[in-house]
Design a protein around this ligand. Sequence first.
Ligand code: 13P
Length: 292
Amino acid sequence: MAYPFPALTPEQKKELSEIAQRIVANGKGILAADESVGTMGNRLQRIQVENTEENRRQFRELLFTVDTSINQSIGGVILFHETLYQKDSQGKLFRNILREKGIVVGIKNGLVPIVEPEVIPDGDHDMEHCQYVTEKVLAAVYKALNDHHVYLEGTLLKPNMVTAGHACTKKYTPEQVAMATVTALHRTIPAAVPGICFLSGGMSEEDATLNLNAINLCPLPKPWKLSFSFGRALQASALAAWSGKAANKKATQEAFMKRALANCQAARGQYVHSGSPGAASTQSLFTASYTY
Ligand code: 13P
């Protein structure tokens, strides 16, 4: 039967599904470094650094030139358009530095289609309400993807975790968040999807990691890799350590490596929190009406 849409060739399907699997293999996840100029400006303002292209470049250079072993935790990096063309201080394109580490890099080409239906945490709704809305949204998204014959094996999903609204007075444990999240996914996401990379959505670094760990330990069927595509929850400690000073390179890169490793462990359900977390890692990263 001829289908009224341009089908992917078997080679294209193979390439897409291999890239998708590679990004989430062995606890790896995505560093979302695709903040727009305005969003980076808000972050830099908090550490009293001017929002110039050079300052944005310098911070991202620290992330991308971190120790090569970062490729054991980070499988893909999503760049902002500006960053795709930026170079390190030796004149080497960031995208080549990342590729040489074996990390998949891109804005959309080069990566795979990433489906991102986010239910935002603004509001005082409880977790059950978030679960109800998340299930409704995910069901509609996958109905539409199927209607358009999207090749699911070659995609990744980037959803919110199911959490209560930021202003909800009731608090939930990571295990409760995990049960609500995996239940919502189990009801709506086909097993053909290779990986689900949660966004951090304003959670503190530590909360995002603890929730991801609990999600991977949740005793429900989980036919997909459950990993991370964190922006705020991978960069907050590093930004605080950097504070715009070249002399803080080592501390910045150590802070970034620490979060990347913690999230890789969490994506395998092996995160054991030890020692006292730094102040930056427990701070809520919520911003009302956040835009990426
Ligand atoms: P946050 O983790 O800051 O929500 O960002 C996720 C993301 O993937 C943006 O592209």
